[in-house]
Design a protein around this ligand. Structure first.
Ligand SMILES: Cc1cc2nc3c(=O)[nH]c(=O)nc-3n(C[C@H](O)[C@H](O)[C@H](O)COP(=O)(O)OP(=O)(O)OC[C@H]3O[C@@H](n4cnc5c(N)ncnc54)[C@H](O)[C@@H]3O)c2cc1C
Ligand SMILES: NC(=O)c1ccc[n+]([C@@H]2O[C@H](COP(=O)([O-])OP(=O)(O)OC[C@H]3O[C@@H](n4cnc5c(N)ncnc54)[C@H](OP(=O)(O)O)[C@@H]3O)[C@@H](O)[C@H]2O)c1
Ligand SMILES: Cc1cc2nc3c(=O)[nH]c(=O)nc-3n(C[C@H](O)[C@H](O)[C@H](O)COP(=O)(O)O)c2cc1C
Length: 589
């Protein structure tokens, strides 16, 4: 018998995962009898189509988009969820109801998986969205100057293209759960009752029909993992302190793939909490209310629940209200942003409280002025096939002397203190869709990972070794000194000897008078690098977002211009194509 089951073609604008799901969905549908099919079509026709777009780097917006889809499915919608860059842009013409959840990265920029959507949305002035009702939930962090900027930009752009806001945009700080809930409960009825015309095409109700994902351990319900081993990777005389941390996931059921990150809920240092309580003159045993957790001893609450380090603008505004400090008042004038940034550099809440006297508040009021403690993400440095039930990390310990005190990063400091094997650490997996090995193990890969940026590439190399992959592998690594800062030297040497690592180029920045960085090595090897790209290599970058990733991005353009003989514009197009084909992926922070 002829196979009449329709099939989503390989070049259709879906991710592999979506395509596999859709094909399974179609196969399921067509295996049912005709009556069932008609009944299902009739039911679907009564549902209100809703498109949900998300832009997400570390999974927060993605998780909320999926929750929104689930709720929408229960409330009479037929929702379809897309990563922004995977959304078939031409569908905008047919959209009536669109909800966007997106985070912001870099300097108010889109997350990586929303960049090409944004480029398309802003490059064409002829787009009209008058037939669209929409709303935006923007995720961000008030510690960044351009708070929720990308969500704000999307909101403005939709509006300027004629789309109508069905519900006001909501900007969320790191504790976004409550705001998400209230946005969702407002936006769904608002967008359902809107009187937009029916869509020109009926969307497949993919997300609504998706089975509920069993969450298990997650960000909200972390697994209490055990630390197995912590090794210092730099020589003791190095200025840097990078730790290799091995954690057991045994018994958790947690699974990860190379390219994912591990989330860690840190605890504040008890000595810093003592110092804070001391300067405030509080009793450490007094009880304070912690949202969703109820009453806790002040000391315990400050160790486990609140960010006691980072000074935010809202905190300073609160402090100004409580103390009337004229110095603070001046620093908070909008025109004094630069001065405020200078003042805050190297100062944490303890320093500010030491300098601003007359704070007369209760422990409860003080706790209310603080942001909740947040987990940090670390790129996983191990392959689950090479180390079943384990996860390894490469953690740069943040530490600096400032205002007469040695400061430690909250989470890297917490991990550095966990030197005793057996210590417990609450963890969860943060899956990454946009940082993964090519499906075909024969595909060549180029990895640029200076400093802690080497972490995911150790995992990639281990994984491809386990797979017996034939694809060539080229690693660029950089750090200050070869003698003291050559992370994973023995493993890299072994892989080079084995031939599993094809090429290795190091940039030890301070071993000579002039700084040498990974991008200089790329440019020195432009011809060869370009050849690899032409052979279909995937190009990966991990590590510092502020300077390194930008410089490497420029160097990649230069390599393509010089070795490929392209103009500036053509090289930019070449890079955009690499990005669109997911052959240029970044994990930068
Ligand atoms: C997807 C992802 C993957 C990541 N992977 C890794 C990884 O593999 N390895 C890794 O080490 N990190 C990684 N990070 C970064 C990591 O999540 C944390 O941000 C990092 O460990 C710092 O967190 P912390 O709590 O120790 O420091 P925090 O308490 O957050 O302190 C950092 C802050 O300290 C201040 N500061 C730092 N240095 C100075 C200075 N010299 N003077 C004054 N102030 C200063 C700055 O304000 C800085 O923002 C990753 C981040 C992301 C988003
Ligand atoms: N967002 C966060 O909270 C957070 C927290 C921790 C770390 N980070 C970032 O993560 C990065 C990783 O830290 P790390 O200590 O492992 O390594 P790193 O500071 O990135 O240093 C690794 C190597 O990169 C070099 N480098 C400096 N500027 C560069 C540039 N523009 N282009 C290319 N290479 C450059 C350094 O050289 P020199 O030092 O000799 O100049 C060093 O040799 C940090 O730079 C930091 O920005 C962010
Ligand atoms: C490297 C980096 C840069 C960021 N830049 C900004 C920013 O400019 N503005 C902002 O509001 N939030 C910024 N954030 C915070 C994220 O938007 C926020 O953590 C969000 O919840 C992440 O959601 P996602 O997991 O869906 O990407 C930044 C976070 C990181 C790690």
């Amino acid at each position: 018998m002829t196979n009449l089951v329709p099939h989503i073609p390989d070049n259709a604008p879906f991710t592999l995962e979506q395509r596999a799901w859709l094909n399974g969905f179609l196969a399921g549908l067509f295996s049912r009898n005709q009556l069932e099919l008609e009944a299902s079509a009739a039911a679907n026709a009564q549902l209100t189509p809703l498109t949900i777009l998300f832009g997400s780097q570390t999974g927060n917006a993605e998780a909320l988009a999926k929750m929104l889809s689930k709720q929408a499915g229960k409330r009479g919608f037929a929702p379809t969820v897309y990563e922004m860059d995977d959304y078939p842009f031409d569908n905008l013409k047919h959209e009536n109801r669109l909800l966007v959840i997106t985070s912001t990265y870099g300097d108010g920029d889109p997350p990586d998986n929303a960049q090409s959507f944004w480029e398309k949305l802003t490059s064409d002035e002829s787009i009209s969205l008058v037939h669209v009702e929409y709303s935006v939930l923007a995720l961000g962090d008030t510690n960044y100057e351009k708070f929720c900027q990308f969500g704000k930009n999307i909101d403005l752009r939709f509006s300027s293209l004629g789309a109508k806001r069905a519900y006001q945009r909501v900007d969320c700080d790191v504790d976004y759960d409550d705001l998400f809930e209230s946005w969702m409960s407002g936006v769904l009825p608002a967008i359902q009752s809107s009187d937009v015309s029916p869509p020109a095409s009926i969307a497949l109700n993919a997300a609504a029909a998706r089975p509920d994902v069993e969450e298990g351990y997650s960000k909200k319900n972390p697994f209490p993992a055990t630390v197995m081993r912590v090794l210092r990777l730099n020589e003791s005389r190095s200025e840097k302190d990078t730790r290799h941390v091995e954690i057991s996931l045994a018994g958790s059921g947690l699974k990860y793939k190379v390219g994912d990150a591990l989330g860690i809920w840190p605890r504040n240092c008890a000595n810093e909490v003592d110092a804070l309580i001391n300067v405030l003159g509080f009793d450490p045993d007094v009880e304070v209310d912690v949202a969703k957790e109820g009453p806790k001893r002040l000391h315990e609450a400050l160790v486990d629940c609140f960010d006691i380090s980072k000074v935010t603008r809202p905190f300073l505004q609160w402090l100004l209200e409580k103390t009337g400090s004229s110095m603070l008042e001046e620093l908070l004038y909008p025109e004094n942003k630069e001065r405020l940034n200078e003042y805050l550099w190297g100062r944490e809440i303890l320093e500010v409280l030491n300098e601003i006297p007359n704070l007369n508040v209760t422990p409860h009021e003080f706790a209310l002025s603080l942001k909740p403690l947040q987990p940090r993400l670390y790129s996983i440095a191990s392959s689950p096939n090479a180390h079943p039930d384990e996860v390894h990390l490469t953690v740069g310990v943040v530490q600096y002397d400032s205002h007469g005190r040695l400061h430690h990063g909250v989470c890297s400091g917490f991990l550095a203190r966990l030197v005793e094997p057996g210590s417990a650490v609450p963890v969860f997996i943060s899956p990454s869709k946009n940082f993964s090995l090519p499906d075909d193990p024969d595909t060549p890969i180029v990895m640029v990972g200076p400093g802690t940026g080497i972490a995911p590439f150790r995992a990639f190399l281990e994984e491809r070794r386990c797979q017996g992959a034939k694809g060539k592998q080229w690693l660029f690594f950089g750090n200050p000194y070869e003698q003291t800062d050559f992370l994973y030297r023995d493993e890299i040497t072994e892989m080079l000897d084995e031939g599993c690592l094809t090429r290795f180029d190091a940039a030890f920045s301070r071993d000579q008078r002039e700084k040498v960085y990974v991008q200089h090595r790329m440019i020195e090897q432009a011809e060869e690098l370009y050849r690899w790209l032409e052979e279909g290599a995937h190009f990966y970058v991990c590590g510092d977002a502020q300077r390194m990733a930008k410089d490497v991005h420029e160097a990649l353009h230069r390599v393509i211009q010089t070795a490929g003989g392209f103009s500036e514009d053509a090289a930019a197009e070449y890079v955009q194509r690499l990005q669109a084909e997911k052959r240029y992926q970044r994990d930068v922070y």
